[in-house]
Ligand binder design. Structure first.
Ligand code: UD1
Ligand code: UDP
Length: 369
C-alpha cells in the first residue's frame, strides 16, 4: 500500500510543542505504517533555549531539513522561508503539508505549499483576535483561507470560520497543546527549578512578554516591570530574547529590577512546573494563557483582547492591556473561578487529526485515479 507523505513545517517555540503531539502520535497510531513524516525547521527561532531544548525534552526527531533562516524584517523573513521551502517541497513531493499556529513560518509554509500544488493542513485553525494590525492575525486569516483541512482547537474557532464562510473540511478536534500538556504531567515530579530559584509554591508571580504590540510601546513594558518590582512577592521572568534586546536597545538597565528574577527562556517542563506552582501568571502569550487555565492558575493578560475568549467566561483570565491600575488590581484581588470544563478536547486532538487526514488521503487518492 502506498504511504501518505506528510511534511510538517515548524520554526518557532510553540510550534515545536504542537509538532510533538503529532510526531508522537504518528509513530504509534494504528495506521502509522501508512504514513511517512518529514520535518522542516525554518530556523525562525534558533537560540538553544528557543529551539533545540524542545527537540531534546520532547523527544522530537531531528528535523530532516533545517533552513537556518533566522531573524529578519517580516517580509524578508517570509520571503527567504518561502524560497527555501519551495526547494524542499520540489524535492520531497509530499502529499500534504502541515502548518501550525500563526507565525511567519506558518504563513510561509502554507503559501509555498499551495504554490507547489500541495494541500495544506492547518493545525490550530480558526482563531481570531479581530485585530488586523497584529501580524499573527494576518498569518492565520491567510493560512485558513488557503488550507484544505482545518483543525480547530475550540468550538469558537469553528464558529469564527463559519462566519467567514469556511465550512467544508473544518473540524473541531481539540487542542494539540493540551495533548502534550496532559502527557507532560508525568514528567514534572523531578523538576528542581523551584529550589534552584529559591522559591516555594504559590509565593511568586510568573511573567512572560513578547508580543509585538507590547514591544512597540516599550515604555509600557518598563512601567509594568517597575510596578512588579515594587511588589513584596518575587516575579519570575523567563525573558524572550526579542524582549531582552528591545529593552536593552531602549537603554533599560534590566539589572535594576532587583525583585524580578530574569532568567533565560526555560525548557517546556520547567515552564509547566513554574506555571503549576505560581500564585498568578502574567503574560501576553497565547499558549501560556491556556496552560494557566489547564493548571487552574489565574492569569493576568497583558493585552486588551484574546483569541481564547471562552476562558474569560470561566474567570481564569483577566485582560488588563497596559493599564497599571488594572494590572495591580488583577494581581491582588482574589479571583472568582467557575467550575473547570475541558473545552479543548479530551487530550487526543492529534489522534483525531491523523485519523481524518488518513481517511481524507485515501478518498482523495481513490478519486484521483
Ligand atoms: C514569534 C511569532 C509569535 C509567537 C512567538 C513565539 C511571528 C510574527 N510571531 O514571535 O506569534 O508568539 O514567535 O515565541 O511569527 N530572537 C533571538 N533568538 C531566537 C529567536 C528570536 O534572539 O532564537 C530575537 C531576534 O532579535 C528576533 C526577535 O527575537 O528579531 C523576534 O523573533 P521573531 O521570531 O521574529 O518573533 P517572536 O517575537 O519570537
Ligand atoms: N514556554 C517555554 N519556556 C519559556 C516560555 C514559554 O517552554 O521560557 C512555552 C510555554 O509553556 C508554552 C509555549 O512556550 O507552551 C508558548 O510559547 P510563546 O509564549 O513563545 O508563544 P505563543 O503561545 O504566544 O505563540
Amino acid at each position: 500500500m502506498r504511504t501518505t507523505k506528510l511534511v510538517s513545517i515548524v520554526g518557532a517555540r510553540p510550534q515545536f510543542i504542537k509538532l510533538a503531539a503529532l510526531a508522537k502520535k504518528m509513530s504509534c497510531c494504528p495506521f502509522s505504517r501508512q504514513l511517512s513524516h518529514i520535518i522542516i525547521h525554518t530556523g525562525q527561532h534558533y537560540d538553544y533555549e528557543m529551539s533545540k531544548i524542545f527537540f531534546q525534552e520532547l523527544n522530537l526527531p531531528k528535523p530532516d531539513y533545517h533552513l537556518g533562516i533566522g531573524s529578519h524584517s517580516p517580509s524578508k523573513q517570509i520571503g527567504k522561508m518561502m524560497e527555501a521551502i519551495e526547494h524542499v517541497l520540489e524535492k520531497e513531493k509530499p502529499d500534504i503539508v502541515m502548518v501550525y499556529g500563526d507565525t511567519n513560518t506558518t504563513l510561509a509554509g502554507a503559501i509555498s505549499a499551495v504554490h507547489s500544488g500541495i494541500p495544506v493542513v492547518h493545525i490550530e485553525a480558526g482563531l481570531r483576535s479581530f485585530k488586523m494590525d497584529m501580524p499573527e492575525e494576518i498569518n492565520r486569516i491567510i493560512t485558513d483561507r488557503i488550507s484544505t483541512l482545518l483543525f480547530c482547537p475550540t468550538k469558537d474557532a469553528v464558529r469564527n470560520l463559519k462566519k467567514e464562510g469556511k465550512i467544508k473540511n473544518v473540524y473541531f478536534v481539540g487542542d494539540v497543546m493540551y495533548d502534550v500538556f496532559l502527557k507532560s504531567q508525568n514528567y514534572l515530579w523531578n523538576r528542581h527549578i523551584l529550589d534552584d530559584l529559591g522559591l516555594t509554591p504559590k509565593n511568586y508571580l510568573l511573567l512572560t512578554i513578547h508580543r509585538r504590540e507590547n514591544l512597540l510601546k516599550i515604555n509600557n513594558v518598563i512601567n509594568i516591570l517597575e510596578n512588579l518590582n515594587r511588589l513584596k512577592e518575587k516575579t519570575i521572568f523567563p525573558i524572550h530574547p526579542g524582549t531582552k534586546k528591545t529593552l536593552e536597545q531602549n537603554g533599560c538597565d534590566i539589572a535594576k529590577f532587583t525583585n524580578i528574577v530574569m532568567i533565560k527562556p526555560i525548557g517546556y517542563l520547567d515552564m509547566l512546573y513554574l506555571e503549576k506552582n505560581a500564585r498568578k501568571i502574567i503574560t501576553d502569550s497565547g499558549g501560556v494563557q491556556k496552560e494557566a487555565f489547564w493548571n487552574r492558575i489565574p492569569c493576568v493578560v497583558l493585552r486588551s483582547e484574546t483569541e481564547w475568549k471562552e476562558l474569560l467566561k470561566y474567570g481564569y483570565l483577566n485582560l488588563v492591556g497596559n493599564d497599571s491600575k488594572k494590572l495591580l488590581d488583577a494581581i491582588n484581588k482574589p479571583v472568582r473561578r467557575k467550575k473547570f470544563r475541558s473545552i479543548f478536547g479530551n487530550g487526543n486532538a492529534s489522534g483525531r487529526i491523523l485519523h481524518i487526514i488518513n481517511h481524507w488521503a485515501k478518498i482523495n487518492r481513490a478519486t484521483s485515479l
